[in-house]
Structure formats: structure tokens, C-alpha cells
Design a protein around this ligand. Structure first.
Ligand code: CUA
Length: 366
């Protein structure tokens, strides 16, 4: 049914604001349904079944619920009005198949609001999210610092004062913890996800990402690789154990953590005297004799290192135990009697250190 030009112009410029017979009841329905949904979203323990094991899980969940509530309202407004208008303004019976409804153009008030409302919403959500993120980045999380390293297909963790990496992540409850997350330099990208803390970070070779958590709930939690990383990706899981400070200290000591500075975790029982003697000739004899302490070359003589009444302590002030000797060889030494490079610089592996300690112990027995 063609319009004349003037008729068309009239209909376009001045649309009749007919909202249909049930518009206000439907609007009331939207308000009620939205209120119920917002109430449910805000009061239910979301995400369902996932406990909060510590900060920042609570603030992340608050944001999640806010998003859920906002989304619920938008969902109701859009779908209920769409269904309502589709029914009320459906084509009348007998209308020609190509007929169209009233076309509304140039409605500046309408356009203003459908631009302003989403903009305000997005700005509010941005500010809220950025605030939570900034709080996370700025919390004092440096009481304990741990490194988490991903590899195909598992996780390992390095603690300060522990030489050997651990396969489980243990954290004392109530301790603000910084976790530096990365992947082995020759490995692929993994994802480090601890759902009960709502924290996730990519593990990228050569890049260190940081997350901060404060465990508040003793228990055992999952660590999950969240990036497809190869055939066994699905099985790449780790364990986070949150325990009391006392239990944590016990575990830490078992890992060899009682020796500050490393070296304590080196297994010494497999060391042999003969291998140690050969190694001593190659690596140590340039600077150390096997005579008494006073027989110095560059460093002191080591012949009575474990049994010398004149020198009851090692150069680092610790009691002369094999573990502490291993620690000095491992870490190197720098003090008033001189400097010795670390085992890494000297090219000594942990078995090498065990052999050297066995040899030194055999000297002291003579
Ligand atoms: Cu590692 Cu998926």
C-alpha cells in the first residue's frame, strides 16, 4: 500500500507512541522478576559449590554477583519486551505478506538513553573491576614468596631457602603470599588456576606473572592447568595444601628448609670417598690443601674440617656437619677469610657435592 510523499513524511517525523495495551503491566512484571533474580543472585553462594579458600576470592565473587545481577536485569528487559512487542504488534490477519509496521526515525530522546544507559553501565563495571584488580596488585603479599613453574605435564614449586623444588604447593594459613608464575624455559605455555582462590595466570616460558593470595581456610585444593598444552593437558593437576603455621614449618623442615640459603636438601648418603678424592684433585686442590686449617693455599686446609678443636665452627659460623659443608660448597662463601664461588660456578652437581663431602669426612676421621 504505497503512501503519498507528504503522508510518508508525516508518519516518519511524528511517530505515534502507542506502546500497546499491556505495556505498564509488563513493565511491572519485569521489575518484579528482576528484583527476585537480583535477590537470588546476591544471596546464593555463587559460584555454586566452590568454597572461598582465602583472599581475594570474596571480592572476585562480589564482582561476579554484581555482573550476574546486572546481566539478569538486562536479560529481563530485552527478552520480555521483545516477546511482548512481537505479540502485541504482530501483523494483523489478512495483511499483505510484504507489509511492514510503523517505522520510527529521528527520536533523539530514545537515542540518547540507549546510548547513555549502556555507557554508564560499562563505566561502572570498569571502575569496579579495575578497583578489585588494583587492590590485588597492591596488597602486601610479600610475607611468603613462592615460584610456581609449569612443565609438560605438572607443576613444581620453589621456595626461598629450599634447594630442591617441591611437587606440592604448601602455604601457611593467614600468610599473604606472592606466587610468581612461569613455565620452564624449554616448555610450552600452561595456565595456573586455583579455583578456590579465583586466581588464574598464564605460565609462559621467559615471562613471570604474579598473583597474590592470602589463604584463610585450611584444606587441600586443586591446581589446574587451564591452557591446552599437549596430549596430557587434561591430567595436568597440582595440589595446594593450606595448613597451620606449625604444620607448614614441619613440612618445610622435612623438605630441608632448616638450612637457610640452600644446600640442606642435597642428599649426601650416596657420596663415595674415591669419587670425592678424584674430584677434589680436579676442582678444589688449586685453593685447598688436605692438611690442617693453617695450611692455606688460597683457602684454608680442609683435612680436619669436621674434627678440628681449634676451629669448632665452619667459616659460616655453623656447626661442622656434613649438611653444612654441603651448603657452603653449594652456595659458595664470601667473608673475611676470602671468597669461594658457588657450586654452579665451579661446575659441581649435587652428586659431586655428596662425593666431596664423603671425601672430606673420611679425611677428618684419620
Ligand atoms: Cu599444562 Cu595444560
Amino acid at each position: 500500500m504505497p503512501f503519498r510523499e507528504d503522508q510518508l513524511a508525516q508518519r516518519v517525523v511524528k511517530p505515534k507512541t502507542n506502546l500497546g495495551p499491556g505495556f505498564w503491566p509488563i513493565t511491572a512484571l519485569i521489575v518484579v522478576v528482576s528484583a527476585v533474580m537480583v535477590y537470588l543472585v546476591e544471596t546464593s553462594p555463587l559460584p555454586i559449590g566452590l568454597v572461598q579458600a582465602g583472599g581475594p576470592a570474596d571480592s572476585v565473587d562480589a564482582l561476579f554477583r554484581f555482573l550476574g545481577a546486572t546481566g539478569a536485569v538486562i536479560f529481563n528487559v530485552v527478552t520480555i519486551y521483545t516477546i511482548y512487542f512481537a505479540i502485541v504488534f504482530r501483523a494483523p490477519k489478512g495483511a499483505p505478506p510484504n507489509s511492514i509496521g510503523v517505522q520510527i526515525h529521528d527520536a533523539p530522546v530514545l537515542e540518547f538513553w540507549w546510548t547513555a544507559i549502556p555507557t554508564i553501565l560499562v563505566v561502572i563495571l570498569s571502575i569496579y573491576s579495575v578497583k578489585i584488580w588494583a587492590d590485588l596488585q597492591n596488597t602486601a603479599g610479600d610475607v611468603l614468596t613462592v615460584e610456581a613453574i609449569g612443565y609438560q605435564f605438572g607443576f613444581q614449586f620453589r621456595y626461598p631457602k629450599l634447594t630442591t623444588p617441591t611437587s606440592e604447593l604448601h602455604l601457611p594459613v593467614g600468610t599473604p603470599t606472592t606466587i610468581h608464575v612461569t613455565s620452564r624455559s624449554t616448555d610450552v605455555i600452561h595456565g595456573f588456576w586455583i579455583p578456590e582462590f579465583r586466581q588464574k595466570a598464564d605460565m609462559v616460558p621467559g615471562l613471570v606473572n604474579t598473583i597474590r593470595i592470602t589463604p584463610t581456610r585450611i584444606g587441600t585444593y586443586r591446581i589446574i592447568c587451564s591452557e591446552f598444552c599437549g596430549v596430557a593437558h587434561g591430567g595436568m593437576k597440582g595440589t595446594l595444601i593450606v595448613q597451620s603455621q606449625q604444620d607448614f614449618d614441619k613440612w618445610f623442615a622435612q623438605q630441608g628448609g632448616q638450612h637457610a640459603g640452600g644446600g640442606g636438601g642435597i642428599p649426601l648418603s650416596a657420596g663415595t670417598v674415591s669419587a670425592g678424592q678424584a674430584l677434589f684433585g680436579q676442582k678444589c686442590s688449586v685453593c685447598h690443601s688436605v692438611g690442617p686449617f693453617s695450611q692455606k693455599i688460597v683457602g684454608p686446609g680442609l683435612g680436619q674440617i669436621f674434627n678440628d678443636p681449634a676451629h669448632p665452627k665452619l667459616v659460616d659460623g655453623a656447626a661442622p656437619t656434613p649438611q653444612d659443608a654441603a651448603k657452603i660448597i653449594h652456595d659458595g662463601y664470601s667473608g673475611d677469610i676470602g671468597t669461594m664461588p658457588s657450586a654452579q660456578v665451579n661446575g659441581l652437581s649435587n652428586p659431586d657435592i655428596a662425593n666431596l663431602v664423603a671425601y672430606l669426612a673420611s679425611l677428618s676421621k684419620k
